[in-house]
Design a binder for this molecule. Structure first.
Ligand SMILES: C[S@@+](CC[C@H](N)C(=O)[O-])C[C@H]1O[C@@H](n2cnc3c(N)ncnc32)[C@H](O)[C@@H]1O
Length: 250
């Protein structure tokens, strides 16, 4: 695996998948009931990734695959990979009824192209790259993913990329809202959830996301020969004010 930070993150996700109530995480339906988030995200991804019935789709860093109910019916084949064995086990159990879905444990920082002899038309990597250690690791992950595209052509969709510029603006806004009751309520709720998880499992706390500058992402895409489109997050997205999506066309 890549950096120490990435190792810690994956260990945390593995632990979360182990200790969280199975009925909440494994069904793939959990967020459909939690404010319809999985459904909204699934439909958004199907549209923005322009999914076609003939597509082979790879979800790189899928965790339990919360939006897979909405993606798999729209493609020919869907492969989900994640380094967390517990998350993959839950994805398999929760999505048994999805006949065209397959799940594998794999470390994205050490992908072997020979493990995927049938290449992909579309690759989704949602809410993952901020767990990498550096821009170099980001570049090497992207290069491996490009190697998994059919004849080097297709689309890579990077979701929830934490952009430095947006994050800084968000921190400024947060400072301005200090003392607001809504803000305090939100943070105390988040702290309670974190404490509960820490108490129940072997989680490590305090792992900050890696932020990437817009210009660095755009020049990385250009180096790889991709047409790069930056998509603002929809207002229903929980992190709409701190991150964006990138659609890379090859
Ligand atoms: C925030 S979750 C996102 C899951 C899913 N894409 C979603 O949006 O619901 C991040 C996932 O990335 C996985 N991950 C992080 N680094 C990884 C790596 N090097 N190899 C494979 N999976 C990784 C974690 O195990 C975790 O399941």
């Amino acid at each position: 695996m890549g950096s120490d930070k990435n190792r810690l993150i994956v260990a945390n996700y593995d632990e979360i998948a182990r200790i969280s109530p199975l009925d909440i995480l494994s069904s793939g339906r959990y967020a459909s009931s939690a404010f319809g988030y999985a459904g909204k995200l699934g439909r958004f991804l199907a549209r923005e990734m322009e999914l076609q019935p003939t597509d082979r789709l790879l979800d790189a860093g899928c965790n339990v695959g919360i939006y897979h109910d909405h993606l798999s019916p729209r493609v020919a084949r869907m492969v989900g990979v994640d380094a967390s064995a517990h998350a993959i086990e839950r994805a398999r159990t929760g999505h048994r009824r999805l006949a065209n879905a397959e799940y594998r444990v794999a470390d994205l920082t050490a992908l072997k192209p020979e493990d995927f002899p049938q290449r992909f038309d579309k690759i989704l990597c949602y809410s993952v790259v901020h767990f990498l250690g550096s821009l170099d690791e980001f570049e090497s992950l992207l290069r491996s993913l490009v190697g998994l595209l059919r004849e080097g052509r297709g689309m890579i969709f990077l979701g929830e990329v934490r952009e430095t510029e947006m994050y800084e603006r968000f921190q400024d806004d947060l400072k301005k809202s200090e003392g607001s009751r809504l803000r305090d309520l939100k943070f105390s709720l988040l702290k309670k959830i974190q404490k509960w998880l820490l108490r129940r499992g072997k989680l490590r706390e305090g792992i900050a996301p890696t932020l990437f500058r817009r210009a660095d992402i755009e020049s990385l895409a250009a180096r790889l020969g991709a047409k790069c489109e930056r998509l603002e997050q929809a207002p229903w997205h929980p992190f709409y004010n701190t991150c964006v999506d990138y659609r890379l066309r090859f």
